[in-house]
Design a binder for this molecule. Structure first.
Ligand SMILES: O=C(O)c1ccc(O)c(O)c1
Length: 330
């Protein structure tokens, strides 16, 4: 039997490199890697099902899975995880001293349903009592006008989501003061350029995130991996093969990262960051697999449903192919 030639769309992350470089194989698969940013992968995957194996937004995947129209089935590989306390950028010249001061403000979002925004709304609500109905959500592209919500939403009454004016961008409107804040997975360019009146909501985001982790035990999951359902129907061995290979690839990447005799990433203080992450979160700080992540997924799915993004409350088990919910032991 020839290997299956499959397109694999993922970000160019250290944990993918052993696969991309051919150090790790996917049993039975001859992969054709396509390395792109999340915006491109997710737009093409959710609008056109362009790829055979693909990184997916957890939120968009949950929207479509609850609606029963997702072309992909998940595998518990989590290519992106992030504490999102760095994801809220504010105007610093209008009295926003604490998260609760966002009440009544206009917050820009590239899309309402993005995973980063679901997690950020979760901690704003849980820790500061700020509910989605308490602000006006202004939707549009960070840097390019005309961005649309890529999956269909049916939001509850009272949640105000408006599109920003034609030709405008979130970064432009935050810089000019027409927005009070921007929430999303990327920093707007006005923040990166050091705009004098734009800053983080959380002045010390790492401290806020560590505190949240100590209380919840959750390292937020942003992305999962999906496989085209029609392929899995024909090749039931595929989901576990994919899971195994991505797990092996991450293990190799972590081994390389841990060898700090000459650091593998171009960043000072990596040894200290690694030690701090292990102290806070344990050695398996970026786990793949179902069991260690069930708690985080259940919390996310509850919030997702509470926000009206998933029409029914999904169980974590429903997100993944059954063959990837458990593993053999020797
Ligand atoms: O869909 C997006 O815009 C997008 C961008 C970057 C990310 O890391 C992400 O999770 C989503």
């Amino acid at each position: 039997m020839n290997k299956l030639e499959l397109s694999v769309a993922v970000g160019n992350y250290d944990r993918m490199r052993p696969l991309i470089d051919g150090e790790v194989q996917i049993d039975g698969v001859d992969p054709v890697f396509m390395l792109h940013d999340p915006e491109e992968i997710f737009f093409r995957a959710f609008r056109h099902a362009d790829f055979d194996i693909t990184e997916l937004s957890l939120s968009s995947y949950a929207v479509k899975t609850a609606a029963g129209n997702c072309p992909y089935i998940g595998v518990p590989v989590f290519p992106s995880r992030a504490f999102r306390h760095t994801s809220i950028y504010i105007r610093t010249d209008r009295g926003i001293e604490a998260p609760a001061d966002l009440r009544g403000k206009r917050i820009g979002v590239p899309e309402y349903q993005l995973t980063a925004n679901v997690w950020a709304r979760l901690f704003l609500e849980e820790d500061h009592g700020l509910a989605p109905r308490d602000v006006t959500w202004m939707r549009g592209g960070y840097e390019e006008p005309g961005r649309v919500e890529k999956v269909n939403l049916d939001l509850p009454d009272g949640v105000r989501v408006e599109n920003i004016p034609e030709g405008e961008t979130l970064s432009g409107m935050l810089a000019s003061g027409e927005l009070d804040a921007v929430m999303g997975p990327r920093a707007p360019s006005c923040f990166e350029r050091g705009h004098p009146h734009v800053g983080y909501l959380y002045a010390e985001p790492q401290r806020a995130a560590s505190d949240w982790y100590r209380r919840t035990g959750i390292f937020p999951i942003m992305h999962l991996l999906g496989i085209r359902k029609t392929l899995v129907e024909r090749h039931p061995w595929l989901p576990f093969s994919v899971y195994k290979a991505f797990e092996q690839s991450k293990a190799r990447a972590l081994a390389k990262l841990s060898d700090t005799s000459a650091t593998k990433v171009t960043l000072p203080f990596v040894e200290d960051q690694l030690r701090a992450a292990r102290q806070l979160m344990g050695d398996d700080f970026w786990s793949y697999g179902f069991a260690p992540n069930r708690h985080a997924l259940a919390r996310f799915l509850q919030q997702h449903h509470d926000e009206g993004l998933s029409g029914r409350r999904l169980e974590p088990e429903e997100l993944f192919h059954p063959a990837t919910l458990e593993s053999f032991k020797i």
